[in-house]
Design a protein around this ligand. Sequence first.
Ligand code: PLP
Length: 381
Amino acid sequence: MIPYGRQSLDDDDINAVVDTLKSDFLTQGSKIPAFELAIANYVTANHAVALSSATAALHIACLALELSETDIAWTVPLTFVASANAIRYCGATIDFVDINLDTGCICIDALAKKLQEAKESEKLPKLLIVVHYSGISCDMKAIAELCHPYQIKIIEDASHAIGGSYKNKPVGCCEYSDCTIFSFHPVKIITSGEGGMITTNNAPLAEKCQLLRSHGIHKNIKSMCNKNPEPWFYEQQSLGFNYRMSDIHAALGLSQLRKLKTSVHIRNQQAQQYKDALAHLPVKLLQVPERTYSSWHLFVIRIDPNQAINRSKLYQLLIDAGIGCQVHYIPVHTHPYYQELGFAWGDFPIAEQFYQNCISIPIFPALKKQQFVIKTLCDLL
Ligand SMILES: *Cc1c(COP(=O)(O)O)cnc(C)c1O
């Protein structure tokens, strides 16, 4: 079975991990700051904080931005559940903003309308998590302009989008947001096995994230309440977690980062091949806006629902042909947990329409059989 996405590891990656295994530190060593610095430099952000996953990163980012039970936060329904769950971990009230059918990203008009309504009903959110669906950056400038008058904090969930850019700047530079989250799960653009990262230009925010990832413990004398500490002393000042990345993971991530640019370039070539070859088929493809460079984590096609072969049939036929595919995503608000909170089918019609017709086909640098995928799709449709 050809997977829809897969990691690409080479001997350098394996050697980097082996070297770390032979070193003195498997965790809390030098690979973590090295990986953080390399990511910060790559995306041109001032700070980067490595975490055990993007899910942990989203949780910590919400906490560091002081999201609590008395707050409201918004995200989009067309995402992996982790983007929404982070809001719930903080006990905040969640709501969603519908998406744009052409990009799969947050709909700017829907956001403007919802903000106006929220202002009138005095239910403005404290925080908004936007998702760069499939690798396409959201229109961050427009989002920031809409959120700015209400001081709404903005988190970019860029789990799909490392290596992409928006208005000639790398995704993760945080020009229009408080922070950006990346995922290094093996199905994403580069991997550390499991892992995540927060990038930000806000030094106090970065420091809060560092504390929260390691139990809320201070080891720096300057920031301790005890002004005369013994040499072994440390202080827990807030309720943190163990959300640390290990050095083994960081060594892999650091090695993978060297291949990020090439990897995203290959994904763009593969996307172009699909675009050319599928143009005559009754399918709709994602539209990458101007001055946006997608990292093409996913290649999503939307099937005309009036076709004899609809999405469900196509899914089964592709699987039967040995072509792994997936549906991204079941709208978050329709999961039983979120229905329990009061959401229902029909609440976010564009995301639901997108879900009904979408299917993600294989795209990843090590994909050898793209021509076979194309031929199969052409034959079936
Ligand atoms: C994969 C993903 C996550 C979670 O990433 P982990 O590193 O597996 O925790 C969060 N948000 C989106 C949009 C994702 O695709």
